[in-house]
Design a protein around this ligand. Structure first.
Ligand code: PLP
Length: 427
């Protein structure tokens, strides 16, 4: 039987799936054209339903730090599969996973498993409010913490791409206790704390915001968040759904030596299956039901197949400690692009840390959401399509971070540098 083409699948998808996709960022809305359908994925490549092989820097939007379809993760899932897909009782994967997370993420003393990053951040907010008895939270413009109501205000990622940051359907009531501030602006933050510090339950922050492109904190900024929250009895929540197990095994908190009170996790700890987790100080986590008064639950939470995949993914990182190599490979890509753009006379900023990088078309360093919105967008559209034609898949939006995996070996990085250089020359 011949495979249906991406075009025919997408036209069927449009009839039965809103917008033709099950998550908005997968549509090619902001860069034009239609998405391709993937038949299979292996290592650092995707193969489309037409049989075209693409070097992939999306990495399933973060989880695929070991590349796609890693044999150890596949085997771990196969072993779990043979025992049954879900039990509805405690299972033998939950304790090793909890111990592993507490072992590697510095601030986490107790942890609860959930099914997505959205559930993890949403639960952190409820827990912070329940623990402190306060209502207000602070989030930063352009940070994306999933699609729960209180956090879908000036969010990044798909919400930013589609120019609809305040989603229809989010009531004023749900968002009214969310205070919005620009990232990297300590003065504004201090002034809000001076006015209302005793009412603020928590600050939630992507410590390295990666959903408006990659925006790095000014030196000392995150340390100041920690000091200020401690001063006012406010909880500091690091959303490490993207950065956890990626920037370092213990995330940004290990990398910078800052200890948040609560941490949201996801992506890599699912090994490609749907998993999230949140954890932190034991006295706070013990506020969760059944021990405490804050309710949180999930039919499939701690699912054995998902945890089998995640445990294997984290164990491999612990064994191989690939972080210096990932940083080196990513830097090679960034340098190749900087050279090519310089030759072309197009000003760019390419922030890069570890295996994360992104490209902004502007003259000076991008520090916040307003800087992101001011950057030039049309170059990215052309870069995206020029790369795709040549066999390289970037996230279909100028506001996403690129992910390098351990499967991007020297040959793949060299090939990627060649493609990027040619694509940039063609702009
Ligand atoms: N937090 C961050 C930092 C994210 O990048 C994302 C997703 O991209 C989420 C939360 C939400 O995670 P999920 O899509 O698994 O619900």
């Amino acid at each position: 039987m011949s495979h249906p083409t991406s075009a025919s699948l997408f036209s069927r998808a449009l009839a039965r799936i809103p917008g033709g996709v099950n998550s908005p960022v997968r549509a090619f809305g902001s860069i034009g054209g239609e998405p391709f359908f993937t038949e299979r994925a292996q290592g650092c490549t995707l193969t489309t339903t037409e049989g075209v092989e693409l070097i992939d820097f999306v990495g399933t939007w973060g989880p695929a730090i070991h590349g796609h379809n890693h044999p150890r993760i596949r085997e771990a899932v196969q072993v779990a599969l043979h025992k049954g897909t879900s039990f509805g009782t405690p299972n033998c994967y939950e304790v090793p996973m909890a111990e592993l997370i507490c072992d590697v993420v510095p601030s986490v003393e107790k942890v609860r498993m959930v099914n997505s990053g959205t559930e993890a951040t949403m639960s952190c907010i409820r827990l912070a409010r329940g623990f402190t008895g306060r209502d207000k939270i602070i989030k930063f413009e352009g940070c994306y913490h999933g699609h729960s109501d209180a956090l879908l205000v000036k969010a990044g990622s798909g919400a930013l791409t589609h120019g609809n940051p305040d989603s229809a359907g989010v009531t004023r009531g749900a968002a009214q206790d969310t205070l919005l501030l620009p990232f990297n602006d300590l003065e504004k933050l201090e002034s809000v704390f001076r006015q209302a510090g005793s009412e603020i339950a928590a600050i939630i922050v992507e410590p390295f915001p990666a959903n408006m492109g990659l925006v790095l904190p000014d030196p000392g900024y995150l340390e100041a968040l920690r000091a200020l929250t401690q001063q006012y009895g406010t909880l500091l929540i690091f959303d490490e759904v993207m950065t956890g197990f990626r920037i370092a095994l213990g995330g940004v908190q290990e990398y910078l030596g800052i200890t948040p009170d609560l941490t949201a996790m996801g992506k890599i700890i699912g090994g490609g299956l749907p998993v999230g987790a949140f954890g932190g100080r034991a006295d706070i986590m013990d506020f969760l039901a059944p021990q405490g008064p804050v309710y949180q639950a999930g039919t499939l939470s701690g699912n054995p197949m998902a945890l089998a995949a995640g445990i294997e993914a984290v164990r491999m990182l612990k064994e191989s400690n690939p972080y210096a190599d990932l940083d080196r490979q990513s830097r090679i890509l960034a340098l190749a692009m900087e050279n090519a753009f310089e030759q072309k006379g197009i000003p760019v900023q390419i922030p890069q840390v570890g295996s994360m990088l992104s490209v902004f078309f502007c003259e000076s360093r991008v520090r916040d959401y307003d800087d992101v919105l001011r950057s030039e967008k049309s170059h990215f559209t052309r870069l995206f399509h020029a790369c795709l034609q040549r066999g390289l898949f970037l996230a279909p939006s100028p506001f996403e971070t690129w992910f390098v995996s351990t499967a991007h070996d020297t040959a793949a990085i060299e090939r990627s540098c060649d493609i990027l250089t040619q694509a940039i020359a063609s702009l």
